[in-house]
Design a protein around this ligand. Structure first.
Ligand code: URA
Length: 298
């Protein structure tokens, strides 16, 4: 299915494609006239993660799996770390929806330009966030494939619409991609489950932690909130997924996913007590799940 032309800001983007305007992907440090663009026309996947060093590692791993293919390094690193290698754009998005939304908006504009506004070619791109999360009823090290991203009140991601109300976005993740990632990882031995994911605006207060510098909820309210999430099919809590699904759905993309490892079971506590070795293993798993799937498509 082609993308939703009416939801794409084509007035602006088509002028850029036509060369009548230069777009500045300011936070990525390039413009639409940058020579890097010509070398990314084969873009097939966008891999996002919170941390810059992780992105650098991902790009190196992808390069070594592709005969030491050249890694293109975007010039600006103050905000996001961006690499392109063998058809895959790797980018860090920082922490939280305000930061990640900047990365996603600039990436969607960039992808549109790279694919010269061809909606079928754009829809071939696979988008994925690889991250960490707090598990709801799941032990540390479980991989959660999100089926839907919602906010801490279990409502969709929403923003002021500029007309006096709020725009409520669709936070669902395409189910066929969830199934395809599970199938690609069959037999890996990695514990994988699918479920809803809550994305919060704050790590402590909105995740009902009792160990923040500021604490608004008491232990009873926290237990109640987590039980409510559990009953409503939420398997993990993080800080970006509802927005990422919202923006990609708004354009009508059909291939995207979020793959997060759980660092702890929030029904049992607030602090992460895993050893550095366990933590390394937990985080590695999510990358492994994504790379296994990527190898089948990119
Ligand atoms: N990331 C989150 O947002 N919450 C957690 O509990 C762990 C990782």
């Amino acid at each position: 299915m082609p993308l939703l032309s009416e939801n794409i800001n084509r007035d602006f983007l088509d002028e850029v494609v036509a060369g009548e305007l230069v777009d500045s992907y300011y936070h990525l440090g390039i413009t639409s006239t940058d020579p890097l663009i010509e070398r990314m026309r084969d873009l097939r996947a966008v891999v996002m993660a919170g941390s810059g060093p992780r992105i650098d590692e991902f790009a190196r791993q992808w390069s070594s799996e592709h005969g030491d293919a050249e890694i293109l390094v975007f010039p600006k690193e103050e905000r996001f770390t961006t690499r392109y290698c063998a058809g895959v754009l790797f980018i860090s998005h920082g922490m939280g929806m305000p930061s990640a939304s900047i990365a996603v908006q600039e990436l969607m504009r960039l992808a549109y330009f790279v694919k010269r506004g061809d909606l079928d070619a754009l829809d071939e791109i696979f988008w994925v966030r690889v991250g960490t999360s707090g598990g709801v009823g799941l032990p540390g090290g479980t991989i959660v494939l999100s089926t839907e991203g919602v906010m801490a009140d279990l409502q969709p991601y929403r923003l002021l619409d500029g007309r006096g109300g709020y725009h409520q976005f669709d936070g669902t993740f395409p189910r066929d991609i969830v199934e395809a990632i599970i199938a690609a990882n069959d037999g890996s031995g990695i514990p994988i489950t699918a479920g809803r994911t809550v994305a919060t605006n704050e790590f402590f207060i909105e995740q009902f932690r009792l160990d923040g510098a500021i604490r608004l909820a008491d232990a009873a309210r926290k237990t109640e909130w987590l039980a409510w999430l559990d009953e409503n099919g939420v398997r993990n809590i993080e800080m970006e997924g509802a927005m990422i699904a919202a923006y990609l759905n708004y354009w009508g993309f059909s291939r995207f996913a979020m793959v997060c490892t759980t660092l702890l079971n929030r029904l049992e506590g607030d602090q992460v007590h895993s050893t550095p070795e366990e933590m390394h293993d937990f985080v590695e798993r999510s990358g492994q799940v994504v790379f296994t799937y990527l190898r089948t498509i990119a």
